[in-house]
Design a protein around this ligand. Sequence first.
Ligand code: ADP
Ligand code: MG
Length: 193
Amino acid sequence: MALLDIRDLSFSYPDESKPALNNFLTAREGEFILLTGPSGCGKSTLLKLIKHQTAPAGRMRGQVLYHGKRVEDYLPLTLSQEIGFVFQNPDNQIVMDHVLQELVFGMENMGYEPGFMKRRVAELVHFFGFEPWLEKKTSEMSNGQKQMINLASVLLLNPKLLLLDEPTSQLDPVAAKQFFSIIEQLNQDSGSP
Ligand code: ADP
Ligand code: MG
């Protein structure tokens, strides 16, 4: 069964006569899908509709199926954990003052057991090489570092589906390359079914 199956999806924002998007898509476990199109073609709207909690108000037709079930029929907690979302602007996602607090914020909200959190954070901090940043203020981090922190916070929840909305648009070419090489490595290490 496909991980994600989008069927005849159309969505219109309130008071807009023209639909913001109209499409279909299927994603299987381990797949890496790139959505491209000009600004305003509906990429962000589509991603927000996939992670149901981020869905904007408006009229939706068609279906977004995750593991064969409509996203609106899942418990919010399940989608919060299983579908990770990294926003376009890193500052829109950072909420805590310090890097370590930011990393564990999502896990704490999920109510994970402290011992498990410590082990999981230690593993990921090592993977990303974040040790020197842990005590630093999030406001001192560059955009590239902030976006890596956002990615790591999302990955700590061990998501099955990762949605990245132009995550490198605010990064310089070196930081963008680093970001994508991490994604590629993750996809190779844990993306295969
Ligand atoms: P992209 O991410 O591809 O640039 P968006 O999904 O942001 O595209 O936007 C798709 C369309 O929906 C555009 O025409 C945009 O102007 C419109 N749109 C986006 N957000 C809103 C909103 N909150 N209210 C009304 N229209 C919106
Ligand atoms: Mg967008």
